[in-house]
Design a protein around this ligand. Structure first.
Ligand code: SF4
Length: 318
């Protein structure tokens, strides 16, 4: 409320009708307030439009989804969002989801994985630059048939964790036929990412491959087996208006596995996890033990959420 009063100088909230101006220049701090007053079928609820396409639709006076002619030029992703908003419920392309599910299906070992890295602003180890990602933790759920086996590792702080991290990860994934990750994306709406864009996991492993040439064949093997579970959501093979354009792991988990909640965790997001790891050496032995449990708990829940999302996709594809 204090912030809103600061913006409005204590006067009334905006009453101007939303239009193309809302997406021009700097992001408007009242966007969510003004969007809250829109009808569910307003074209301004579409999150996948480019600014020029939105402007074009508004200039043509297409205010609601019902005004849009079926022959209007929109991408497949944009139509997927239009269809979901029209239905006011989930919209999915069974064929595309089935194709994706085939890529993560294996009678051999499937390995769901999430990793964490911290980024010191000032380089603290050899071969570091400012904000180099230093991977220090991973959580894995191995899945074979109906059997799920969780495992995790935190590298002891105090020295460069990268070599120990990647050696341990390679050992723990050596039998995996498929490695399933979830791209870490900001929890904001926006056009879908490009196919060629690497996931967080792939980017970190590529950096480690450059750093340790002797491990390159093994790292390449794991990268070749990696599939990004965010793809069906980023590409809108599946969309629900409740997502409001987001395809972050937490948004998708809230929809597909609502019993999984991160709020009650002591560490509930990556930012706190990184800060919690960096602080470890300053803690007593007992406090370190408790902190490591909290770090593991957060990452483990993220990976379990991935398993549940994959199960839901399998149901949709059946
Ligand atoms: S979102 Fe911002 S620019 Fe758009 S109508 Fe509201 S106050 Fe004005």
């Amino acid at each position: 409320m204090f912030q809103i009063e600061a913006y409005t100088n204590g006067k009334t909230m905006p009453t101007v009708e939303m239009g193309a101006q809302c997406w021009e220049g700097y992001p408007c701090p009242f966007m969510s307030y003004c969007k809250g007053k829109l009808s569910a079928k307003s074209v301004m609820n579409l999150t996948t439009l480019t600014p020029s396409k939105r402007k074009h639709l508004l200039l043509k006076k297409y205010k609601t989804l019902d005004d849009l002619p079926r022959n209007i030029s929109l991408t497949t992703v944009q139509w997927a969002e239009v269809n979901a908003l029209q239905k006011a419920g989930e919209n999915y392309d069974k064929g595309k989801i089935k194709k994706f599910v085939n890529r993560i299906t294996s009678s051999r070992l499937k390995c769901y994985i999430d990793i964490e890295a911290f980024m010191p602003a000032v380089p603290i180890y050899d071969s570091c630059k400012p904000y180099t990602n230093l991977c220090y933790q991973y959580s894995i759920v191995n899945s074979k048939g109906n059997l799920l086996k969780p495992m995790d590792r935190i590298i002891e702080p105090g020295s460069d964790p990268r070599r120990a991290f990647i050696e341990s990860l390679l050992a723990d994934t050596k039998d995996a036929a498929v490695i399933i990750t979830y791209n870490k994306v900001p929890d904001i709406a926006g056009p879908p990412r490009h196919d060629e864009e690497k996931s967080y996991f792939e980017t970190r492993l590529t950096e480690l491959s450059d750093l340790y040439p002797d491990l390159q064949p093994q790292i390449k093997d794991r990268l070749d087996k990696t599939v990004d579970l965010s793809e069906p959501f980023a590409q809108k093979y599946y969309y629900h208006p409740l997502l409001k354009g987001s395809h972050s792991l937490k948004s998708i988990a809230a929809l597909m596995a609502p019993d999984i909640t991160f709020n009650r965790l002591q560490i509930a997001n990556s930012e706190d996890a990184r800060a919690g790891y960096v602080e470890l050496p300053n803690l007593s032995q007992d406090a370190q033990f408790v902190r490591k449990l909290a770090l593991k708990g957060f990452l483990k829940l993220s990976v379990i959420a991935m398993v549940r999302i994959a199960e839901k996709l399998e149901l949709l594809a059946a």
